[in-house]
Design a protein around this ligand. Structure first.
Ligand SMILES: [Zn+2]
Length: 381
């Protein structure tokens, strides 16, 4: 099975390399904004806009108009156009209007593809990793020192790299195509998972994983810093210092979040052979204000996405049941459907038919587990 894995390294460019990287950020942003403006103008006039391939054809004339474009890796110009195309199509489908223009200092990054060429029977890659000597080779930058994945052997084809800066640190994320052998597993156990807000995960093994994603103290500090920033004089040293502090805090929150997601999903995939969850209504969630604040939000869709790929790679069965399935209303003992439980404030209830006592969330997770079992059994017939 072919999979794509991203390896993220801290990168230590020298001053000259930093200069090129920062220039590349600027040019990537310039291309993105230039073609976004073109797309918007065109759409307003003709209700249509050019595809990425059509826009790429404009690069040579743009190179003449803006000679500085030739100072960086030419691949990043194309990548930036494709990046814009993806963002544009995504926004268009979701009826959110147009994507935003990129601003300097906000998510500074650029992408480049690995170009493979052969010369005299020898293969050359524009992006190369040397983990033993902790080096990466990137177009226009040559060799850079990296850190990370010390004892790892990466066997696969490098597809692309994204170079980014977070506060004063530089990172490179290398996308690798790998071939893995998925083990064939005869399932021995099954788990049903109900997803919630107060507890993020409620399992059919009567476990509740509470919401640790809200880092109140860090969020409070962030708000305080942002207030301070608004009081600073634009362009002052103080403002710059505060900005760096805010970026660092953002990074810290992001890392905590990432760690928690991997911790939860690793545990679930390690301990269970069949994992059943609900299919979340992503569209509905997007209009939810929680999603607009990704740092305080509980990343449910991210948990499911990671759970899915980790499970599939390990030969586990991952099922998602229909979101209209009334998992909270059904009595998991006798199957009676209790309409009253629609009310979210009811946490505990007694089944009017068989008089079993239920905890709302555990009962839902049992029902989800049974639904998953049905799907599995159907597959066996
Ligand atoms: Zn019952």
């Amino acid at each position: 099975m072919k999979i794509y894995k991203a390896y993220i390294f801290r990168m230590y460019p020298n001053d000259y390399q930093k200069e090129i990287i920062n220039k590349s950020f600027g040019i990537s942003r310039f291309i993105y904004n230039h073609f976004l403006e073109e797309k918007i103008k065109e759409y307003k006039n003709t209700k249509k806009s050019k595809s990425a391939y059509e826009q790429i054809k404009e690069i040579p004339s743009l190179n003449i108009e803006y000679p500085f474009l030739k100072e960086v890796d030419s691949c990043l110009l194309r990548c930036s156009i494709f990046d814009l195309d993806n963002a544009y199509n995504r926004f268009f489908k979701s009826n959110f209007g147009y994507p935003k223009f990129k601003k300097k200092g906000v998510h500074d990054s650029y992408k480049t593809n690995n170009i493979i060429s052969t010369y005299k029977g020898k293969e050359y890659n524009s992006i190369r990793l040397d983990l033993k000597n902790r080096l990466i080779t990137l177009p226009k930058l040559k060799e850079l020192k990296i850190r990370g994945y010390r004892n790892k052997i990466i066997n696969g084809k490098i597809k692309s790299a994204v170079i980014r800066r977070e506060s004063t640190k530089y990172y490179v994320s290398v996308l690798v195509e790998e071939n893995i052998v998925v083990p064939i597993i005869k399932p021995k156990n099954i788990i049903g998972i109900d997803l919630g807000i107060k507890d993020v995960i409620i399992t059919s093994y009567n476990e509740k994983i509470e919401n640790k994603f809200k880092k109140e103290t860090l969020n409070k500090r962030l708000k305080g810093l942002q207030k301070g920033l608004s009081r600073c004089i634009p362009g002052s040293k103080n403002r710059y210092r505060l900005k760096l502090k805010i970026q660092r805090l953002y990074m810290k929150l992001k890392n905590i979040r990432k760690y928690l997601i991997h911790d939860i999903t690793n545990k679930l995939v390690n301990e269970n052979d069949i994992i059943v969850t609900e299919d979340l209504d992503i569209k509905n969630m997007k209009s939810n204000k929680h999603i607009a604040r990704p740092l305080t939000d509980i990343p449910l869709s991210e948990i499911i996405r990671i759970l899915k790929y980790k499970g599939i790679w390990r030969g586990k069965k991952i099922y998602q049941i229909n979101r209209y399935f009334p998992s909270s209303q059904i009595c998991s003992i006798c199957g009676y459907k209790n309409q009253k439980i629609k009310d979210l404030s009811i946490r505990k209830w007694e089944c009017p038919k068989c008089h079993s006592n239920h905890d709302r969330d555990y009962n839902a997770s049992y029902n989800i587990m049974f639904e998953g079992l049905k799907i599995y059994m159907k597959g066996l017939v």
